[in-house]
Design a protein around this ligand. Structure first.
Ligand code: UDP
Length: 252
């Protein structure tokens, strides 16, 4: 079985959350021994990402640098069930994956750094996560509102603190562009992991969709009802395009 399946035109990993978390540990161990020259880039795909991938060349170029892209959207899983001989087994929602990752990181002694969201949110996310994973090491947090000139200094801080996994939650496409542009400034790290609005979720400032909406592929609708002005127009424009790319560009 190939390691990836093409979903809406994007090569997407077949790994489950548990497998991905174990991959994180082995990549970070390789990075610590110096056999991984640069951190691996782990991005997520969903309907908006697929629409942007086909619409914006710059975003497409950023995604081409990814070592792993996971499927963070139920419609992607459904498309593979409909169109592939071997469908994806599971959705890798970052808001669930953080707990798989935190469990593995706690056991292996890996160090996380949270970069993104409004001031104090990443710090609150760290506090909430530590309540559930007491052995988790989060060696730094920083809000996500900074200029390009500040990026080298931020990366220096991340490296100096002995980070293994940098979680970057700046929204798309900013987080993917940040990861690609700063990879070479982050030697010694195993992973740079983009994570969208993860810190807001962990800090408790955003409610997750009910389970039935998640499994019906309707999490986007839940998000649109929470932030109709920002997300309504986005989904109206990206959903039909994402559906088209999913139906025409999904295959084993
Ligand atoms: N954000 C940030 N810096 C920015 C813009 C956004 O840190 O310059 C944060 C924002 O506070 C939020 C996250 O990025 O925590 C956006 O997450 P979401 O998944 O909602 O973004 P999307 O990818 O859907 O735009």
């Amino acid at each position: 079985m190939a390691h990836t399946v093409t979903v809406g035109g994007i090569p997407t990993t077949r790994m489950t959350r548990a497998e991905l978390a174990r991959q994180m540990v082995s990549d970070c161990q390789e990075a610590r021994t110096g056999s991984l020259a640069l951190p691996r880039l782990i991005f997520s795909s969903n309907g908006s990402v697929i629409a942007a991938f086909h619409r914006h060349r710059e975003f497409r170029n950023s995604l081409a640098h990814a070592d792993i892209v996971d499927a963070d959207g139920m419609p992607l899983i459904m498309a593979t069930r409909l169109l592939c001989r071997v469908p994806l087994r599971e959705r890798v929602a970052t808001t669930d994956f953080i707990h798989d990752a935190a469990t593995e990181a706690s056991a292996a002694g890996l160090r996380f750094y949270f970069l993104g969201a409004a001031p104090n949110v990443a710090e609150q996310a760290m506090v909430k996560l530590r309540a559930r994973h007491p052995a988790l090491q989060v060696v730094g947090t920083r809000h996500g509102y900074f200029s390009a000139e500040e990026e080298p200094g931020i990366c220096e801080d991340v490296v100096r603190r002995g980070t293994d996994v940098l979680w970057v939650g700046l929204g798309s496409p900013r987080q993917e562009m940040f990861a690609v542009a700063n990879r070479a400034r982050l030697p010694g790290l195993g992973w740079i992991r983009t994570c969208g609005g993860l810190f807001d979720h962990c800090a408790g400032s955003v409610r997750r969709a009910p389970d039935w909406m998640q499994s019906a592929g309707l999490e986007w609708l839940h998000r649109a009802t929470l932030e109709p002005l920002r997300l309504g127009p986005r989904y109206l424009s990206t959903n039909p395009r994402a559906a088209f790319h999913l139906m025409t560009k999904t295959h084993d």
